[in-house]
Write a new protein. Structure first.
Length: 229
C-alpha cells in the first residue's frame, strides 16, 4: 500500500476542486440530524464508487457528483451495515449513561455511578478487541459490496472473519495507515477555517483511497496500465 499516493492522488484529477468542494459540503451536512444520515449515505456511496474505479485501474478514480441519488441508495446499505456492526458500542454507551441517570437523586446514586464506571472499565478492552476485528471485516465487506452490489456480503461473518485472519498482515497495514491519516487530518483540523475546510474535503477521499488500495491488495490484482477516466 502506498500511503503517500493516498494523500496526493486527488490533485491529479482535473476536476479535483469541484469534487473536493462537494465532498466537504457533504461531510458538513452529515453533522445535521436526519439530513446527516442522507448525506453520510451519499458519501459512503461515493467511496464505494471510488473503490470500484480503483479496482478498474482508473488513473483518476475520484467519482463525479452527478448521480447523488444513486450514491445515496448505494451507500445506504453500507450505512446500515455500519450501524449493525456498531450495536455493541451503542449498547455500552447507553448502559454507561443510563444507569447513573436512573439513580440520580436516590441513595443508590453513588453505587450506580461506580457500577457504570466499573462496567465501562471491564468492557472497553473487550470492545476495543471487537472493533479491531470487526472494522476490517466491515472494510472487506465494503470491498466485496463494491464488486457485487449485494448487501448480504456484509453479514457473512464467518467468511469475513476468515478473510481478516488470512490477510492479517495486510489488515494491520491498512489499520495503521488509516490511523495515521486520521491523525494527520486531526492535526490539520486544529488550524481555524482553512484547516477545517481541508479536513472536511480530504477525509473521505484519503480514507477511500486507502480502502481502494486495500481492495486491490486483497484481490492481488496486477496494476497493469491505468485507464483514463
Amino acid at each position: 500500500m502506498d500511503f503517500g499516493r493516498a494523500l496526493t492522488y486527488a490533485f491529479d484529477d482535473r476536476q479535483w476542486t469541484e469534487k473536493l468542494i462537494v465532498a466537504a459540503i457533504m461531510v458538513f451536512l452529515s453533522a445535521i440530524p436526519l439530513l446527516g444520515l442522507v448525506a453520510l449515505a451519499g458519501l459512503l456511496g461515493w467511496v464505494v464508487e471510488l473503490i470500484q474505479n480503483m479496482q478498474d485501474g482508473r488513473s483518476n478514480p475520484m467519482p463525479r457528483w452527478d448521480n447523488i441519488g444513486d450514491k445515496i441508495a448505494l451507500g445506504g446499505s453500507v450505512l446500515i451495515a455500519i450501524l449493525v456492526y456498531s450495536i455493541p458500542n451503542l449498547l455500552l454507551a447507553c448502559c454507561a449513561f443510563s444507569i447513573p441517570a436512573i439513580a440520580q437523586g436516590g441513595r443508590s446514586e453513588f453505587f450506580a455511578g461506580s457500577f457504570a464506571v466499573g462496567l465501562v472499565c471491564c468492557l472497553v478492552p473487550l470492545l476495543l478487541l471487537y472493533n479491531v476485528i470487526t472494522w476490517p471485516m466491515l472494510a472487506i465487506g465494503t470491498v466485496r459490496y463494491s464488486e457485487v452490489r449485494q448487501t448480504g456480503v456484509f453479514y457473512q461473518f464467518g467468511d469475513l472473519f476468515s478473510a481478516v485472519t488470512e490477510k492479517s498482515g495486510l489488515v494491520i497495514q491498512w489499520l495503521f495507515y488509516s490511523f495515521i491519516a486520521s491523525l494527520l487530518l486531526s492535526l490539520i483540523n486544529v488550524i481555524p477555517c482553512i484547516g477545517w475546510l481541508v479536513s472536511l474535503a480530504l477525509t473521505f477521499p484519503i480514507q477511500g483511497h486507502l480502502l481502494g488500495q486495500f481492495a486491490r491488495a486483497l484481490q492481488d490484482k496486477p496494476k497493469g496500465k491505468p485507464k483514463r477516466a
